[in-house]
Design a binder for this molecule. Structure first.
Ligand code: F3S
Length: 640
């Protein structure tokens, strides 16, 4: 029976387990990446494991999230990251060098490798045939120490791409169409693997736009084959020797199959407030727009910015629109400066930002109150932009540029412009002077820690019984942004858990941290897809610090569930979802004899306030049970 590309790469890296969908497997990790918002914690955890040098083929520490320096905190964290990288054998990508996923694709990703990153959009590298998985910082720390990565063997969804995109339709429209069909829950427990003749017409950065937003499907990762197009991209980066040809077998069997006819796609947009709320731009109509933001790890490549520059050349941004553009990397920035496109963007009235995540993570450029903002980004959750009542529309770069010109959401086909294909340069401008290689031996080097780097809190072992009140009851699709918001005020506290925990659930219920501290121990009740979105482990670590012992929901998003396990918080799901309705905030729940109950098929929870009883399951592997009992992965790893 033929194998998918996913199965081939998993098989090559398999350390433990059977490759049966739904079963736990352990795979060897070749490369890791971190970004600064999750990286400081990951390196503190790596230090706590106590290994003198990373054991991966390659590890890179990027600084792209918190590049604002209005206080000492971010600058101190950057210095910590630079010195810790040098000491332990990690490449350091300096602030200003670009967004981790864009730079990793350009300079480090290699077909056939495995990559674990402490960022949910790590699957971007799947555009280059990498099994690239987003995880919590602690998982990445363990992988840097040479430990395997444990995950549930995913199902493989094959998506056959047929035909070719029409002018003005982009790779973003392909992934928005997949999101429209499958929804934000449709990829959970699955790898999305693309194949078919339509693949050939997509460049590596276009493929990476698609795999990037596979994260919004909840997928473990997404992957494209490695073909002549991949080879050409690597050659243009001066890395042709990294290329290998990789494909699924012609008779590969997929768990599910889907077909997308590229010729039939039109410019699409994800409307507020979910990436799967997708419709044709023409059907949405001319929504007045106050801001357009172009960039992010989804759409900030050379070709993305060139199409925008071509459309804006000789035109002026509409007076009601603020247009912000962040090139994805120093390489992209340099190239558009060298060929004059940057001048066209500036001349049209664009506000050019540094190569970083910027507005995507609420670091500046928040829209005005109740504004509509059109963004080429990947997430449009309520409040993520930094303006609680703003409405975000996600589109490709051409729709964003057309909208910047007209001031209303616009299908670029309605502008009657000539469509000019972006011509790819044969070679890209390569200058890695913002990537600092680690010395051969970092043993004698000092790690510099400013006052913002606080010691790592560690959980206690799982108590014999959990008798605790419901601290909060929330509904469906709660994101990690709801649990642990980001933004310019909160993110600088990422290395200071006591301080950052004051903001847990602050946009949902301001009193949560105080209530948690007063009770000392608590349980959270949630609906479906709890913890979707960013991989930030602070959404588990800060609640752990506040005494949360269990999270009981209808279903979890993958990375967040793993983060809960990593920090020793029991992740439970209802056997009968109707039991969710029978629980109120402040109810006192009892989970007795936790250790013995964890071995049973299901666990019993008593609602002492209501006098009722209901069943829950944990779906933990034997290894995860030991981790939970130890109080988390750090204790477990140290015990070993
Ligand atoms: Fe950065 Fe936004 Fe991507 S925060 S890594 S650009 S999702």
């Amino acid at each position: 029976m033929g194998r998918s590309l996913t199965q081939k790469i998993f098989a090559e890296h398999l350390i433990e387990g059977e490759m049966i969908a739904g079963k736990e497997v352990a795979i060897k990790i070749d490369q890791t990446l971190t970004q600064d918002a999750t990286g400081t914690m990951a390196y503190l955890q790596f230090e706590a494991i106590g290994i003198p040098r990373v054991r991966t083929e390659l590890s890179v520490s990027y600084v792209d999230h918190n590049t604002l320096q209005s206080g000492f905190e971010n600058a101190d964290d950057h210095r910590f990251l630079q010195t810790v990288a040098a000491k332990y054998g990690i490449y350091f990508s300096r602030p200003g060098n670009g967004i981790c996923h864009q730079v990793h694709l350009e300079r480090f990703a290699k077909p056939g490798k495995t990559l674990l990153g402490s960022d949910s959009h790590t699957p971007t590298a799947g555009g280059m045939a990498v099994i690239a998985i987003g995880a919590g910082g602690l998982d990445v720390a363990v992988a840097m120490g040479g430990g395997a990565f444990y995950t549930t063997m995913p199902k493989v969804v094959g998506i056959e791409l047929k035909g070719k995109l029409q002018p003005w339709v982009s790779a973003k429209d392909i992934i928005l169409e997949v999101l429209r069909i499958l929804s934000v829950k449709g990829g959970v427990g699955k790898v999305i693997e693309y194949f078919g003749e339509g693949v050939k017409s997509l460049t590596v950065p276009e493929r990476a736009t698609i795999t990037n937003m596979g994260a919004e499907l909840g997928a473990t990762t997404s992957i494209f084959p490695s073909d002549e197009e991949t080879r050409a991209y690597l050659k243009s980066q001066g890395r042709e020797e990294d290329w290998v040809s990789l494909n699924a077998d012609a008779d590969a069997v997929y768990d599910e199959l889907l077909e997308i006819k590229l010729d039939e796609l039109e410019p699409l947009s994800a409307r507020p407030h979910s990436p799967d709320n997708v419709a044709k731009v023409r059907d949405i109509g001319p929504v007045p727009v106050q801001q357009v933001a172009i960039g992010s790890c989804t759409n900030s490549s050379y070709a993305d910015l060139m199409i925008v520059a071509k459309m804006l050349k000789g035109r002026t941004v509409h007076p009601s629109v603020s247009l912000a553009i962040a090139p994805g990397s120093k390489q992209v920035y340099t190239m558009i400066a060298q060929n004059g496109a940057l001048a066209d963007l500036i001349d049209a009235g664009a506000r050019i930002l540094e190569s970083a995540c910027g507005p995507c993570i609420g670091m500046g450029q928040s829209p005005s109150s109740a504004a509509n903002s059109v963004r080429t980004f990947n997430r449009n959750f309520e409040g993520r932009s930094g303006t609680q009542d703003a409405s975000i529309y996600l589109t490709g770069p051409a729709v964003a540029a057309a909208t910047a010109i007209t001031g209303v959401l616009t299908d670029p086909r309605d502008l009657q412009m000539n469509y000019e294909e972006v011509v790819w340069p044969e070679t890209f401008t390569v200058n890695d002077n913002m990537i600092i290689s680690p010395p051969e031996n970092g043993a004698g080097l000092e790690v510099l820690r400013g006052p913002n780097i606080k010691p790592l809190p560690v959980n206690e072992a799982l108590p014999g019984e959990i008798k605790a009140s419901v601290l909060l009851k929330v509904g469906d699709n709660i994101t990690t942004d709801h649990i642990m918001p980001a933004g310019a005020k909160i993110l600088p506290l990422r290395s200071n858990i006591p301080a950052i925990s004051e903001y847990v659930f602050c946009t949902v219920d301001k009193c949560f941290p105080l209530r948690a501290k007063e009770t000392g121990r608590g349980i959270i009740i949630g609906g479906s897809n709890y913890g979707q979105g960013s991989s930030r482990e602070h959404a588990a670590l800060a609640p752990m610090f506040l005494g949360v012992k269990a999270v009981l929901v209808k279903s979890f998003a993958r990375i967040h569930r793993q983060n809960l396990v990593n920090f020793g918080i029991l992740p439970l799901t209802f056997v009968d979802e109707k039991d969710y309705d029978g629980i109120d905030q402040e109810d006192l729940l009892l989970l007795s004899d936790t250790s013995a109950q964890m071995s049973a098929e299901h666990m019993l929870v008593r609602n002492l306030t209501k006098g009722t009883e209901f069943k829950v399951v944990h779906n933990l592997s034997e290894r995860q049970k030991i981790i939970i009992k130890a109080g988390g992965l750090l204790n477990y790893t140290k015990n070993r």
